[in-house]
Every structure is written in structure tokens, then in C-alpha cells.
Design a protein around this ligand. Structure first.
Ligand code: UGY
Ligand code: MN
Length: 248
């Protein structure tokens, strides 16, 4: 919460949004019981083609349903919980992630108090050739960060298989203080992003915004974007990207 009344860093523009935690408003979603759901990005913003939300669970919380035409990606921000995804049982802890393909049952429960999930959901666009695999469960600590375009101080962890059948990517980008995106990117893919650690300055379109852990950003297709990490500790963010499909 900002100390100054009537002030927020949040901005929602046609080609990008920066949404800061002081403005988050919790709600409820079908299928999630005794859970706090914050929908940060959705098609209701008139631009995004995906949904990004945060779900907070307690020991008496549960979430259940079927992905239908959507694919879901879950990342555990804090705490731990049980999950049954397409019949596969797992215990997820902070840093765990799960990909749940379309037409798959999902169930969450047995959560530690204050367990926080980050969720991305997207309409799956199948390819005539090539199929996505079933449920994927992993942990970020098992995914090596690769230097981004040769820069050892800006490392990318690619959490999902880099294969044409997948139309969604989720990556974690970690920057040492002073490291930057090497150039101002302008691309067809859109992004949903959550700052995980540290701080920096994000260029969005022609604007520069100081950002910090907990901030959410939506970048539309072709929104020019650039980042510099600042401060004394590394900055990292997890982000969604639509990939591998012809423009529509
Ligand atoms: O994958 C990406 O497009 C990434 N380099 N973009 C970003 O971090 N804003
Ligand atoms: Mn990008």
C-alpha cells in the first residue's frame, strides 16, 4: 500500500500494463474453494489473449476442474501443496511448476498456510503435426540458467520443452545488478510477467518504469520492451510468452 493517498505506480495502457500489489483486488473463481484468487491479466483488459492470476491457498482450500480447451501452467511462489494432475499425484513446493494440457482434470489441496500459486492459462492451438506431451511437473532448481545471447550476467531458465507442438513458453530471467536486456525487443509474442526478486527499470513502449518484486506486467504484441536490473541484489522475473504459431 502506498503511503501517499491517491497514488499508485499502476498504469493500464492499450499496449501494456504495470499492475502493482497495492491495487490487487481478490475475488473468487469457480472450482477454487476457500482460496483467494487475484486475476492480474485477462482478455477482459481488451488486448491480452491469455490469463495470469495468483491463487493463495490455506490448509482448508481446494481447487478442482478440467482444463477443457485451455492449457494451464502453475508455478509455486511460496509454501507447498498437493496436486493431482491428469491422475498424476505430486507434492509441489516453492519453485515447483506444472504444465497441465487441455482436457485434463486437475486438483489442488493439502496446502501449507499461505501457499501462493502463479497461474497462466491459454487457449491451446494444436498443430496438425506433432503433439504436446501430457502433464509436466518440474522444479526450477533442476533447470540450468543459460546465458542470454552470450551474457553470463543475464540467465534464462526455460521451463517448458522448446518444441513446435508447444504454443506457450514460461521462462525465468535472472539478471545481476547492472545487467540488461541487450536491445529493445519488439516482437509478435505477448508477455505476462511477475517480478520475483530485486528491482530495476522496465522500458514499456516509450515509457520507463521502476519495478520491484511483486509487480505484474502485461506487454502486448509489438510493445517495445527493455529491462535493466538495479540495486545490490540480482533481479528476476518469470514470464509467459505465446510461441510457435503462425500469425492470425
Ligand atoms: O523471451 C523474450 O522475449 C524476453 N527476452 N523478453 C523479455 O524479457 N521482456
Ligand atoms: Mn520479449
Amino acid at each position: 500500500m502506498s503511503d501517499l493517498f491517491g497514488f499508485t505506480r499502476t498504469v493500464v495502457k492499450p499496449r501494456y500494463a504495470l499492475i502493482t500489489p497495492d491495487g490487487f483486488v481478490p475475488g473468487v473463481l469457480p472450482g477454487w474453494r476457500n482460496a483467494v484468487v487475484i486475476v492480474n491479466i485477462s482478455p477482459a483488459m481488451n488486448g491480452p489473449r491469455f490469463t495470469q492470476m495468483q491463487v493463495t491457498l490455506d490448509p482448508n482450500s481446494s481447487g478442482a476442474g478440467n482444463t477443457g480447451a485451455l492449457e494451464h501452467f502453475y508455478y509455486v511462489l511460496a509454501g507447498s501443496c498437493g496436486a493431482q494432475l491428469g491422475g498424476k499425484k505430486s507434492r509441489l513446493t516453492a519453485g515447483s511448476y506444472a504444465f497441465v494440457p487441455p482436457e485434463t482434470d486437475f486438483q489442488f489441496g493439502d496446502a501449507a498456510k499461505g501457499t501462493k500459486l502463479l497461474v497462466f492459462q491459454k487457449q491451446f492451438q494444436p498443430l496438425a503435426s506433432g503433439k504436446i506431451s501430457g502433464v509436466i511437473v518440474g522444479h526450477e532448481r533442476d533447470v540450468k540458467g543459460q546465458p542470454f545471447l552470450g551474457n553470463k550476467d543475464a540467465r534464462l531458465q526455460v521451463l517448458l520443452p522448446d518444441q513446435p507442438a508447444f504454443d506457450m513458453a514460461v521462462n525465468i530471467f535472472t539478471y545481476q545488478p547492472g545487467a540488461t536486456l541487450p536491445f529493445v525487443e519488439t516482437h509478435i509474442m505477448e508477455h505476462g510477467l511477475l517480478m520475483l526478486k530485486g528491482q530495476g527499470v522496465y522500458r514499456l513502449d516509450a515509457d520507463y518504469h521502476p519495478v520491484t518484486a511483486g509487480d505484474v506486467i502485461w506487454m502486448a504484441s509489438y510493445c517495445p520492451q527493455w529491462f535493466v536490473a538495479m540495486g545490490k541484489t540480482p533481479a528476476s522475473y518469470i514470464y509467459y510468452k505465446d510461441v510457435n504459431r503462425a500469425p492470425q
